[in-house]
Write a protein that binds this ligand. Structure first.
Ligand code: HEC
Length: 117
C-alpha cells in the first residue's frame, strides 16, 4: 500500500507526457510569445533545450512577480496560470526539446533569389 502511494507520488511529480505538455503550451497561449517551437521571438526568450532547473526557478520567480526585464511583466499572469506541478513538468518538457527549431519553420520563406532575373 505504502509502495503504491509512493509510486503514484513519484509518477505525478516526475513524469510528464509530451503530448499533454505540448497541448498545455498551445492551450495557454505560450506559443504566441515564445513561438510554436518555443524558439523565442524578439525580446521573448528561447525555451527549447534550456536547463530544466533554470526554467523551473525562472517560472517560480515569475509566478511570484519577479521579472528580469520591463517587458517581463507580461509573463507573470501566464506563470500564475500554471500549477507548481505543471511548472516542473513544463520545464522538464522544454528542456528535452532540440535546441534548433525544426527546419519546416522556414519552409514558408521565399526561395533564395540569385539576383540574376
Ligand atoms: C505575452 C507574452 C508571453 C506569453 C503568452 C508567455 N510568455 Fe513566457 N515569457 C515572456 C517574457 C517577456 C519573458 C521574459 C520574462 C522576464 O524578462 O523576466 C518570459 C519568460 C519565460 C520563461 C523564463 C525564461 C527565461 O529565460 O527567463 C519561461 C520558462 C516561460 N516564459 C515559459 C512560458 C510558458 C510555459 C508560457 C505559457 C504558459 C509562457 N511563457 C507564456 C512572454 C510570454
Amino acid at each position: 500500500m505504502l509502495f503504491r502511494i509512493l509510486l503514484v507520488i513519484s509518477i505525478s511529480t516526475l513524469a510528464f507526457s509530451e503530448e499533454s505538455m505540448q497541448a498545455l503550451y498551445m492551450k495557454n497561449g505560450c506559443s504566441a510569445c515564445h513561438g510554436i517551437y518555443a524558439e523565442g521571438i524578439g525580446a521573448t526568450p528561447r525555451l527549447i533545450g534550456r536547463d530544466a532547473n533554470v526554467l523551473k526557478e525562472r517560472l517560480r520567480d515569475l509566478k511570484k512577480g519577479k521579472t528580469r526585464s520591463a517587458f517581463g511583466t507580461v509573463m507573470v499572469s501566464f506563470a500564475k496560470g500554471l500549477s507548481d506541478e505543471e511548472i516542473d513538468q513544463m520545464a522538464e518538457y522544454l528542456s528535452t526539446l532540440k535546441k534548433v527549431p525544426p527546419k519546416e519553420r522556414y519552409e514558408l520563406l521565399p526561395d533564395e533569389d540569385d539576383g540574376s532575373s
